[in-house]
Each structure stands twice: as C-alpha cells, then as structure tokens.
Ligand binder design. Structure first.
Ligand SMILES: [Zn+2]
Length: 369
C-alpha cells in the first residue's frame, strides 16, 4: 500500500482485524509458528562465519550476526504501581529479593527502565530495531523524555563503528514515542530522517491505529496525548512525507534474516522481530514485555497495554514459545544488559541475562534468590 493511500484511509478503523481474530492468531498458528522457529535442531546448526573483532566490539555475536544495544537512558522515573496498579502484594512478596535487585531503581525504588535500541549487523544489512526517545522531541508525558538535549544515543551508535549512512533499514516494533524518536533529527527547523539511506518499515495496521488515535485526541491536552501527537508529527509523518516508509504486514519477512512476528496487545499492530538465517537466533520483544517481574507474573495487567487481556495472551504465548531455547531474547526496557535466555522457573519464567560477547546459547548467569 502506498503511504499516502494508507494515510488517507487512516480513519478506516473497520479495516482492522477484529480482536477475536487476533486472539486466535496469538493462540493458534502464531504460537505453533514461534515454537517451531525457536527450537534447536542439530541439523540446522549453521556454521558461524568469522566476524571482524572491530565489528563485534561491545556486541553479542549470534551465529553470523552482531547485535549492538544502543542506550539512551536508564532510570526509575515512575513507581511500580503506576505500571501495575493491581499487583497483589502477596503475589509480589516471593519475588522481592531478586526483583528488587534487578527491576527497581536503588536510588528511589521506582521501576527501573532502560531505553535502548538494537543494531543488528548481518552479512547483508545493518538494521536498526526501534529508535528510542530522540533529541528535542516534545514529550511531556515523562520529564526525562521531554526536549532531551544529550547525545548519548548518538555516541553509543557511533561506538559501533557504523555511520548513520550505513543503516539500511529501521524496523519499528510499534509507534509509541519512545520507539520512534531517533527516526528524525531537526535540521534547519525541519525534522528529517536521521538515516539518509534507510528504508523505514512500519506495520500498516500500527500506522492506521496511531493516526486514528492522534486524530481522535486532537483536542486532548493530557501529557500523553500531547506526546503522542508530537511523536506523530515530529518522528513519523516527516519520514512518511519524505517517501521513506514501506508499509508492511505484521508477518513481513525481510531478506533471509528478519521476520516480523504479530504480537498484538500493547498496541494493535505491535510486532516482535525474529532474526537469524535459518531460525530465530535472536528475538526483539518490543513492549510485549516491560519488566522482569512479568516473566513470573505474565498475567498481571500493565497499564500502558492498549488491550490488556490480549497483551496477556500474547505475553504468555511468547514466553511459552521461547522458553528453554537458545534464542537470545532482546528486551526493550529491561535494565542492562537487557538480553538473555528464557528459562522456566518456579511457576513462570525468568531471563538469564547475558553480557555482550560470543553467544553459544548455553549461558547461565542466574542471580535469582
Ligand atoms: Zn516502550
């Protein structure tokens, strides 16, 4: 679909798949598909191509890919209860030890959140997955997002050895303000693409949903509405208008390495991204999971999920699919190092974090008590 057509059809809410269909997709075919793709089969173990040390600096080597985490910020800005308003205290009690250490900001006790993107370097392409908060964006919904002036994200990006010209694709898991920010930078008073040679892939349903939401909240002066309007106007529309966006299905496949995985709930068109030549060697979760506590309590309502029941179904199916596999789970908001292997634990799951380096799929860095 051409970008202008998509934009003009922006009010066609009826065109969206009904919720029940999405639910079935998560429960049935998608679930089996994920399970199949994540399993290790000895026959499909690919030989690992040599990777130059300079290309790997600071990243995870996963088969013949290198994954870099590009950090913009890590802080605890809001209390746990803001995100999980009805988390029963008795359910949380058994998790206080490991979760307080892993998931809360020691400075203030708030939910500790990292804001970072990932760059995946394959032998064919350099792909940016999500683009964080950005510089100078009008995002009053969080003081630390609002009109940021620092260059940490750009400095971390440069430390990978890549230039902005080297990015071939930008994939957005969804279009919330903290995932699209570095799509654009301000040049001579105009927002222009940060990555001059990149195609931006957006799921058409996500784009339609976001546009509808912004139009429906045109007069809403809440800080959330102001921020979402600004993300739309400053980080999304400028690249659409410049003809830089390819609108794709939530099941889109990009070359031999990348597959979008429909994971609706946080937003209707939300996708995770599977990466790997032959199967999902790594998967990028987007915001289908927010905090390590949801590994143990995936059914807990999260306030920012647009469809909270569907988000729970998606989260459970995702966790079940990738548990006990050697797929590197790359989360978007877990504190550093943010990525690891998914293991069954107690009545749920946990993420055994993995520091950057060569990934064999057999790390176990459990620090749970
Ligand atoms: Zn987010």
């Amino acid at each position: 679909m051409k970008e202008r057509e998509v934009q003009q059809q922006g009010c066609a809410v009826d065109g969206r798949p009904p919720r029940e269909r999405l639910r079935r997709a998560v429960r049935a075919s998608t679930f089996e598909d994920w399970r199949m793709r994540a399993r290790v089969k000895s026959s499909d173990r690919a030989t690992t191509a040599p990777i130059r040390e300079s290309a790997m600096a600071g990243g995870w080597q996963v088969d013949d890919m290198v994954i870099h985490r590009i950090v913009e910020d890590q802080r605890g800005e809001r209390p746990f209860d803001f995100f999980f308003p009805d988390a029963p205290r008795e359910l949380l009690a058994p998790h206080r030890g490991w979760f307080d250490a892993q998931g809360l900001d020691p400075a203030n006790g708030n939910l500790l959140m990292s804001y970072h993107a990932y760059v995946v370097r394959t032998p064919r392409h350099n792909v940016l997955i999500d683009s964080c908060i950005g510089k100078g964006k009008n995002l009053p919904m969080a003081p630390s997002w609002h009109k940021r002036t620092d260059n940490r994200w750009m400095e971390e990006f440069a430390a990978t050895g890549l230039k902005v010209e080297d990015v071939d694709y930008v994939l957005c898991t969804h279009l919330h303000a903290d995932h699209v920010g570095w799509n654009t930078i301000l040049v001579n008073g105009a927002w222009v693409s940060t990555f001059p040679n990149a195609r931006h892939l957006m799921v058409d349903e996500e784009y339609l949903f976001t546009g509808d939401w912004v139009r429906q909240h045109a007069d809403d002066m809440s800080v959330i509405a102001q921020s979402r309007r600004a993300a739309w106007e400053q980080s999304i529309l400028p690249i659409v208008d410049a003809g830089r966006v390819d609108f794709v299905e939530a099941t889109h496949v990009l070359d031999d390495y990348f597959r979008l995985i429909p994971t609706p709930g946080h937003t209707p068109g939300h996708v995770a991204v599977g990466a790997g030549r032959d199967r999902d060697r790594a998967v990028f979760t987007g915001d289908l999971i927010y905090s390590p506590i949801q590994m143990q309590l995936p059914g807990m309502r999260m306030i920012l999920d647009a469809d909270q029941a569907l988000a729970v179904d998606t989260r459970r199916a995702f966790l079940e699919s990738y548990a006990e596999t050697d797929t590197l789970i790359c989360t978007m908001h877990f504190p550093a190092p943010s990525a690891g292997y998914l293991r069954r634990w107690r009545d749920g799951y946990r993420l055994d974090f993995v520091e950057p380096g060569i990934c064999t799929g057999r790390h176990a860095t459990a620090s749970f008590a």
